[in-house]
Ligand binder design. Structure first.
Ligand SMILES: [Mg+2]
Length: 230
């Protein structure tokens, strides 16, 4: 049994986007459409074996995408579903002075457009920005890390400012942030990675469950949970 006690410290929530808030994962989806399923799987295998870094893998995937941003969005947006509880959760957090930040190794401009209809004005977003040169899609990565975006940086900063950090994610790009977070909610691959790395985590399916947990946390100041790693 684990205990998360926030001892009246403020809470900051950080979440991955693709596969955590948005389904399907937009980078995987676009790569499968433009580069093919087999190509996407091959990149995934090479990342997992350590043959290439996540940053190199994402670069290779993005480079398969063809068309203008508008053309790609026109096709992509109808295919993407946002967790219907996410906008409610964000608005509830903001009413309770809990900052929410999306940390993504994906494409900032794509995420902004997918979320635009929800008017989540105070939601913060850190993701890699897109550059299209002569029709070729590339990313301006946020940092020099092999992850393309080291998500732990934002958590370390928030902790230094006195926040207790809550992190939500679903994949390999989330592991470094999960290692630094005070409380981790996980899906799919991140749950498995946390288990392999003996990191306590709470598996979740949707943001309504997260909202209930954080409401309880604010009321009681603490939550006790059995981690999937136990
Ligand atoms: Mg993800």
């Amino acid at each position: 049994m684990n205990t998360f006690n926030f001892q009246n410290q403020p809470i900051a929530v950080f979440s991955d986007f693709d596969g955590t808030i948005a389904h399907p994962d937009t980078i995987n989806f676009l790569t499968e459409i433009h580069g093919g399923l087999e190509f996407r799987r091959k990149i995934s295998r090479r990342i997992r074996s350590g043959e290439i870094t996540l940053r190199q893998g994402i670069s290779a995937e993005i480079s398969t995408i063809k068309g203008s941003l508008n053309e790609v969005l026109e096709f992509l947006i109808p295919q993407v579903r946002i967790d219907k509880h996410f906008p409610l959760f964000v608005n509830w957090c903001l009413k309770n002075d809990i900052p929410v930040t999306i940390l993504s190794a994906g494409i900032k401009e794509v995420i902004e457009q997918i979320l635009a209809p929800h008017n989540l004005n105070n939601l913060q977003l850190r993701a890699n920005s897109l550059e299209i040169v002569n029709g070729c899609w590339t990313l301006n990565f946020l940092d020099e890390s092999p992850w393309g975006h080291d998500k732990s940086t934002a958590l370390i900063k928030a902790k230094s400012e006195g926040y207790k950090t809550v992190f939500l994610g679903d994949g390999l790009s989330d592991l470094r942030a999960a290692e630094k977070a005070d409380l981790v909610f996980s899906k799919r691959e991140l749950t498995k990675l946390c288990q392999e790395n003996s990191l306590p985590c709470i598996p979740f399916e949707n943001f309504s469950q997260i909202n209930i947990q954080i409401k309880q946390l604010l009321m009681k100041g603490t939550i006790k949970y059995s981690s999937s790693t136990e």
